[in-house]
Design a protein. Structure first.
Length: 115
């Protein structure tokens, strides 16, 4: 993704800042950073940090991230399977939203069902 020269710490801090913009924010703390590093890969954190608020289309995420379609699709698939992204099909189009922290990834990650 070329994190624009950001270090790993800066990528995760950007994700924490993005999550804090949700209606129920996630204030920065070392504990939050440890949790994010367990749940997200560095690449997923970079994608998450660039999510606009609310539900967005794949094309909007392409513009926000600068990734190729294939790269973004793979990241979204992995993030959704981990409960980090919500994907909703509406009127034939899939919309995506970064899962908030509460109620969000804490609940969704424990709801996963392995085949």
């Amino acid at each position: 993704m070329g994190h624009l020269g950001f270090s790993k710490e800066e990528v995760f801090k950007a994700l924490a800042e993005r999550l804090h913009k949700n209606p129920v924010g996630a204030p920065y703390s070392e504990t939050l950073m440890k949790i994010l590093k367990i749940l997200y890969t560095e690449e997923e954190a970079a994608v998450g940090s660039r999510f606009p608020g609310g539900f967005v289309t794949f094309d909007q995420l392409l513009a926000a991230t600068g990734l190729s379609s294939e790269e973004l699709a793979a990241h979204l698939e992995n993030m959704a399977s981990k409960g980090l992204v919500i994907d909703v099909l509406r009127n034939g189009e899939t919309y995506y939203m970064l899962t908030p922290t509460v109620v969000g990834f804490f609940e969704y990650t424990f709801m996963r069902v392995d085949s």
